[in-house]
Write a protein that binds this ligand. Structure first.
Ligand code: HEM
Length: 323
């Protein structure tokens, strides 16, 4: 998997190098680039030979996200998404199309000779992964790049670590990636401050007592991940500041409550793509650090906004300088 990711990454970075001017500088809108990268990686991993079909499904999902965001931006009314408004109807239709395309692909996979169906293309993973992975991972990469551009001292520390552990040119191996502790802390701090998924939803299956609240069966709960991640009673006075050092003793020790960090959700339904997302993020950032230093473009405006996921409202223009 890592060589496949490394290949997509290297192709992207070679393109940036070619685009740079005589002094080795290039301005890149990273949110777009990382979106393409994450799509490329997941589509290759999940769909293999059905790459083109996979891309078509991602396009349908992008349309679905636009409509769903508009619907959710209205006042939050439990059960709103079940009402037959025009936008909801379009969402349902797109959802049906996505499911239909996925089912078709899975059927096609089933027809493949069993001998060809190796561990590399288990078809049940297909439906699971496609639904969640692209936008969240590119979002994580975008915020981490913005934060490292804002905090050059952490960028330097991360680069020193990458160069010491992995050298200056070759894509890091799995073994090397597991040794990138500072980079791991930076990524944790990035998803704490800017969790791509800002909330998770649960429904009480039975009547439940939660602290002082009695929740009747069927109650929908919105768990505000982003608010929990910024809560000063849990994270201290500097809760809104970028301080990867808070993760120095591990995730469980970073806040006053061991479960306060939940960018991938918690419990049995937590994110199945967590390891893949973190692996991809570490590899991508490490490979960028090996080749470029970077700063925010003067046109960058810091305006985190929720468009289903937490996004930089005016994009993420970053100036890269070849090392
Ligand atoms: C930075 C990247 C990612 C973030 C922040 C993220 C976050 C989350 C969150 C918050 C949940 C809800 C968990 C809960 O309700 O407790 C979730 C669920 C899920 N994620 Fe991710 N995710 C990321 C990347 C990925 C990737 C790369 C994949 C697949 C390749 C993926 C697949 C899934 C799936 C299938 C679920 C549903 C699990 C279930 O309902 O049992 N995610 N993710």
């Amino acid at each position: 998997m890592i060589p496949m990711m490394g290949k997509s990454m290297k192709e992207m970075l070679d393109k940036w190098s070619k685009m740079s001017n005589a002094s080795g500088k290039v301005e890149i809108e990273v949110s777009e680039m990382f979106s393409t990268l994450a799509e490329d990686v997941i589509t290759r991993i999940v769909f293999g030979n059905s790459y083109e079909d996979g891309k078509a499904i991602f396009e349908l999902q992008a349309q679905q996200m636009v409509y769903a965001t508009e619907a959710y931006q209205k006042v939050f009314i439990p059960g709103y998404r079940f009402l037959p408004s025009k936008k909801n109807r379009i969402c349902w239709r797109l959802d049906k199309e996505v499911r239909k395309s996925l089912r078709k692909l899975i059927e096609e996979r089933r027809k493949i000779d069993e001998a060809v169906l190796s561990e590399e293309c288990p078809n049940d993973l297909l439906e699971v992964m496609i639904k969640a992975g692209k936008h969240t991972t590119s979002n994580l990469l975008t915020w981490t790049t913005i934060l490292l551009a804002m905090h050059p001292q952490w960028q330097e520390l991360a680069r020193d670590e990458v160069l010491t552990v992995c050298g200056a040119r070759d894509p890091p191996s799995k073994h090397q990636i597991s040794k990138l502790k500072t980079l791991g802390m930076i990524i944790n701090e990035s998803v704490r401050l800017y969790p791509p998924a800002v909330a998770a939803i649960r429904r009480a299956k039975v009547d439940t007592q939660l602290g002082d609240f009695t929740l009747p069966r069927g109650t929908e709960l919105l768990i505000p991940i982003i608010a929990i991640h910024h809560d000063q009673t849990l994270w201290g006075q500097d809760a809104n500041e970028f301080n990867p050092a808070r993760f120095g003793l591990g995730v469980a020790q970073a806040a006053k409550h061991p479960m306060a960090f939940m960018p991938f959700g918690l419990g049995a339904r937590r994110c199945v793509g967590q390891n893949l997302a973190v692996l991809q993020a570490k590899l991508a950032i490490a490979m960028i650090l090996q080749r470029f230093s970077f700063d925010l473009s003067p046109s960058y405006q810091h305006a985190p906004t929720i468009l289903m996921l937490l996004c930089p409202q005016y994009g993420a223009p970053i100036i890269f300088q070849k090392l």
